[in-house]
Design a protein around this ligand. Structure first.
Ligand code: SF4
Ligand code: SF4
Length: 106
């Protein structure tokens, strides 16, 4: 094979028809406001845990809709509730996070 000095990255495309949405659907069943997220990022910008852990509720919700594993990021949340106060869609973000932890512990 000829070495061109660069490599083409693996495709990052996600097939939304085949991803496992069971966790996201279970969350929306238990906390229906989770569906209202418009990914504005206000929660991430004000998150207490973000500066030292990279925690982002916005990313948690987006990754859930893409069938990705969100467990490592979830462990950084300290349930302070700041994200609930800033969410423009009125999402009960604290309960979203609590519900996700409960689902994981079941
Ligand atoms: S409840 Fe969790 S996600 Fe929300 S601001 Fe606090 S640490 Fe961040
Ligand atoms: S602040 Fe609310 S609407 Fe905005 S990304 Fe966070 S959860 Fe979604």
């Amino acid at each position: 094979m000829i070495d061109f000095g660069f490599a083409i990255n693996k495709s990052g495309t996600i097939n939304l028809d085949t991803v496992d949405l069971s966790l996201y659907n279970e969350l929306c069943l238990k906390e229906p406001t989770a569906r209202l997220c418009m990914a504005c990022g206000s929660c991430s910008a004000t998150c207490t845990a973000a500066p030292f852990s990279g925690m982002s509720l916005r990313k948690v919700l987006l990754d859930l809709q893409r069938g990705k594993d969100i467990k490592p990021m979830m462990s950084a949340c300290m349930l302070c509730g700041k994200c609930t106060m800033v969410c423009p869609r009125g999402i009960n973000t604290r309960n979203v996070l609590l519900t996700l932890s409960r689902i994981y512990h079941e």
